[in-house]
Design a protein around this ligand. Structure first.
Ligand SMILES: [Zn+2]
Ligand SMILES: [Zn+2]
Length: 234
């Protein structure tokens, strides 16, 4: 029997992660609706949707894009076809206007470039976020609270984070790509890691777990170590 090229894992009762080809979509399932963070590419989005549809008749509510890069946002149309609304920081739309020139009536842009090597991209179309926030947006279905935050310019001009205060999970992409568990420490500290760490401190987010788009799920202790601060008092 052929194995699926993806993996799914629950990190809490109704919060899971779907991983395929180096990208991880975080999803929150509740009877009221499903919220996902990032869409990877159309093929991966379809795989996750098919899996979620095997569970009791889900309704797809919200798709949040952490930023405009193809591996995070090119599957958007698939979610929209299934009823979800794509939401992102205003900067995601601005970046798309800059790089997705084909969509906006100009010369071929990044999407068209990707479509040359990916059949799933060629068969789909770009779907920029339609629901936008400037500083933050809060999703609350009575059971879950998801705060969509923007910490300023970092990896891109539109970086968004999904913060689940009850579960103390921070979902992020490309602000901190944790290395393998046993990897030797990198020769220098990434300024992006420091920015993320500083923002978590500044906003006093009581982060327990960090669920990155690229890499394994880590704890705040890992990020603290990655920025060279070993003790909790730093
Ligand atoms: Zn990126
Ligand atoms: Zn990325």
């Amino acid at each position: 029997m052929q194995q699926n090229p993806w993996k799914m894992k629950m990190i809490r009762n109704d919060i899971g992660v779907f991983t395929e080809k180096g990208g991880t979509i975080a999803y929150l399932t509740s009877k009221k609706g499903i919220v996902v963070v990032d869409s990877e590419f159309p093929e991966q989005s379809q795989h996750l949707i098919d899996e979620l549809k095997k569970q009791n008749n889900p309704s797809f509510d919200l798709l949040m894009n952490t930023h405009h890069h193809g591996d995070h946002a090119y599957g958007n149309q698939v979610w929209v076809d299934n009823g979800a609304t794509p939401v992102a920081h205003l900067g995601v739309l601005e970046e798309m206007k800059k790089y997705e020139t084909g969509y906006y009536g100009g010369k071929p842009g990044r999407w068209e470039d990707s479509a040359r090597s990916r059949k799933d991209v060629a068969a789909s179309r770009l779907k920029p976020p339609t629901l936008l926030y400037r500083t933050e947006m809060i999703f609350n279905d009575g059971k879950h609270r998801v705060e969509l935050l923007h910490f300023g310019v970092a990896h891109t001009h539109g970086d968004g984070f999904a913060w689940l205060p009850k579960e103390k999970i921070l979902i992020e992409a490309d602000a901190y790509n944790p290395p393998e568990a046993n990897a030797p420490p990198p020769p220098s500290i990434s300024p992006l890691f420091v920015t993320l760490f500083d923002n978590i401190q500044r906003l006093k987010l009581d982060v327990d777990q960090i669920a990155p788009f690229h890499g394994r799920i880590v704890t705040m202790t890992d990020l603290r170590a990655a920025v060279g601060k070993q003790s909790a008092s730093n």
